[in-house]
Ligand binder design. Sequence first.
Ligand code: GDP
Length: 302
Amino acid sequence: MKIVALAGGVGGAKLAHGFAQILPPEDLTVIVNTGDDFEHLGLTICPDLDTVCYTLAGLANSDTGWGRENETWNTISNIEKLGGPNWFRLGDQDFATHIERTRRLKEGKSLSQVTREFCAAWGIKQTVLPMSDSSVRTMVSTDKGELAFQEYFVHRHCEPDVKGFRFEGIEVAQPVPGARDAIKSAQALVICPSNPWVSIDPILRVLKKIDKPVVAVSPIIGGKTVKGPAAKMYAEMGIEPSALAVAEHYHNLLAGFVFDNQDRQLSDNFKKGKILVTDTLMHSPADRARLAMDVLQFVGSL
Ligand code: GDP
């Protein structure tokens, strides 16, 4: 069964890895958010893309879910000693990715081409596509003014109150080559349990029309995020954070929605598509594969 998964970073990467464990590689395409990308220390950094690729390649740090396993921090600590910026933690192995990506982009290669080359080098057989080759930059409107995404997310630890989002460059951004064909030949699109506001909305905005059944997995369980600010964002924008709020967020698109077992009672109130209630917390690679299998069976039943 061919699937296109839409993913942000940590939550998205985990379910993408679940699909990768059970589908033939040619049946999985992951389209990844690039709204979190930014230029820092002279380098182009693509946090969600790298998290997805490191996870699929088995290179990700299993404690944090982002960055590399067995990482060392010599470069950033020496930058720090020189008085350079240290708020965005980059490990030495990770630095190599950003340096080499920046070099290839400067040679004139597109982000999708560089990503394809990196995937080949890392032994990733699935297709990983950035959502667009042109720059989209997520801007967060807050009570402290408008902030670039990483300034809000990492530098200010998501502390400012969120009022809304703006995706700079989204109007002209096009899906990368191969994205539309992957969607055309897929049985369904699966929205991974990623942040709806800042990880999935930008991808949906770039893809525009989707003529396939869409299934989403809730990133909010029992009113809380597993990690990150999605629930805080809902609350600050006047919406009670819950799996149901996520389902409402996507409601025009959905053929089905996946609730966690903890939210079984909420699922009774979802009337706009089919429902799957299952265990959606992914602690281990086996959890990822089991959830992916549940989602595939659900897709098959639509
Ligand atoms: P980011 O770009 O690194 O913040 O990553 P994503 O947007 O992909 O993921 C963040 C979201 O993933 C958060 O809202 C988390 O609650 C959710 N998430 C992380 N791990 C899990 C998990 O194991 N299960 C579920 N259901 N959601 C998860």
